[in-house]
Design a protein around this ligand. Structure first.
Ligand SMILES: NC(=O)c1ccc[n+]([C@@H]2O[C@H](COP(=O)([O-])OP(=O)(O)OC[C@H]3O[C@@H](n4cnc5c(N)ncnc54)[C@H](O)[C@@H]3O)[C@@H](O)[C@H]2O)c1
Ligand SMILES: [Zn+2]
Ligand SMILES: [Zn+2]
Length: 381
């Protein structure tokens, strides 16, 4: 077989923070050693894509290709890759698993030291990009960049999955839905009969609700400023919906009154550090646990009165629900195939790549859950 050559394909490129994406012809390099090149099949828009795209913090990382929640098919493999073959179905992973660093072997963490969250818009291995437009480098996002018909990822940032799994739905397990499930089952490891409060009922928060229901939580309180989330929440297990804008007293007081002093567990799924403090205040003294999942748009610092911690509450955070992608993700896909988890109803829209700006607008306006972007098949030129 001849070595893979550069592919020219279409990608939705951001030329500046907050600027509408532009469909461009991009060149995608062949995979380097230990990398694979994928034909992206479907990619859903996660709030983190929107938050990063809106942020003015890294103006030098443009042009850039966002997207990190994706399914694809291996198109070619780089030197040394034995885990994948051309034609394998995969999910991309925004925090990879090298399977040999201190964290990967710890059994306690998914914070891989080699393939962890990439923040410089480059590939982990050589700190370069694999995309270009007429010779100009195009930056990556989380070393995934799935808003392109083809992309290159490290082989540690993809997970082989069953070819029978529907690519247009399980892409949600590549980030948002899995993050919510893992926060409940793995990070908080909640017990049956618990009282749970969830701040923010997007895909992440609704996945927290679903996971809490599966575990047998007795009360699942959903908090959201968007009343459209009331019915959606109910469908995923929320037993009581509260809109903080419609309360006469601070939301933490409302929750404390409803739960005899505070919930057993609270989950922050908004991306607002103020809500992290509120979530901490809403859980019980002595054993209350707050898990924060959100990625803040502004003000990254958390402030909380020290007494909240002295009183025995715990604050934890997690990326990707604490799952180790290679080890844990295939079993989540199997759970989906056995219909033990509902991912389908987290998809509110399906659309082609051409309409990706519409997906960004829907998410900014709070009018969608997940928009799944479908790539055309015959994209290679
Ligand atoms: N930790 C991880 O691994 C991980 C994975 C995926 C997403 N995230 C982050 O999790 C957060 C949620 O992601 P999502 O995709 O579900 O987002 P989303 O935008 O679909 O959902 C957020 C929800 O929060 C609600 N909300 C906004 N402000 C609120 C407020 N002040 N009070 C109550 N509700 C409020 C919105 O109405 C919306 O329903 C984002 O910050 C995202 O970046 C983290
Ligand atoms: Zn995400
Ligand atoms: Zn590692």
């Amino acid at each position: 077989m001849s070595p893979p050559s550069v592919i020219t394909c279409r990608a939705a490129v951001a030329w500046g923070p907050g600027e509408p994406l532009v469909m461009e012809q991009v060149e995608v390099d062949p995979p380097l050693p230990m990398e694979i090149r994928l034909r992206v099949v479907c990619t859903s828009l996660c709030r983190s894509d929107v938050t990063q795209w809106e942020s003015k913090a890294q103006p030098s990382l443009y042009p850039r290709i966002f997207g990190h929640e994706a399914s694809g098919i291996v198109e070619s493999i780089g030197e040394g890759v034995t885990e994948f073959e051309v034609g394998d179905h995969v999910l991309t992973i925004f925090i990879g698993e090298c399977q040999s660093c201190k964290h990967c072997v710890s059994g306690k963490s998914n914070m891989c030291q080699v393939l962890g969250l990439e923040r410089k818009g480059l590939m982990h291995s050589d700190q370069k990009t694999r995309f270009s437009i007429k010779g100009r480098p195009v930056y990556h996002y989380c070393a995934v960049s799935s808003f392109s018909e083809y992309t290159v990822v490290h082989s540690g940032c993809a997970v082989k999955i069953s070819p029978t799994a529907p690519m247009d739905r399980i892409c949600l397990l590549s980030c948002g839905a899995a993050a919510g499930f893992g926060a409940v089952w793995k990070v908080a490891d909640i017990s049956k009969g618990s009282t749970v409060v969830i701040f923010g009922l997007g895909t992440v928060g609704l996945s927290v609700a679903q996971a809490a229901k599966v575990r047998g939580a007795a009360h699942i309180i959903g908090v959201d400023i968007n009343n459209d989330k009331h019915e959606k929440g109910k469908a995923f297990g929320v037993t009581k919906f509260i809109n903080p804008d419609e309360c006469d007293e601070p939301i933490q007081q409302v929750i404390k009154s409803m739960t005899d002093g505070g919930a057993d567990y609270s989950f922050e799924c908004i991306g607002d550090t103020g809500a992290v403090s509120t979530a901490l205040q809403s859980c019980s003294d002595g054993w209350g646990l707050t898990v924060t999942l959100g990625v803040p748009k502004v003000k990254p610092e958390i402030s909380a009165h020290y007494a909240l911690l002295l009183s025995g509450k715990t604050l934890k955070g997690s990326l990707f629900g604490g799952w180790k992608p290679k080890s844990d993700l295939p079993s989540l896909v199997d759970k989906y195939l056995r219909k033990e988890i509902n991912v389908d109803d987290l998809v509110s829209h399906d659309m082609p790549l051409d309409r990706i700006n519409e997906a960004f607008n829907l998410m900014r306006e709070g009018k969608c859950l997940r928009c799944v972007i479908h790539m055309p098949d015959n994209s290679c030129t």
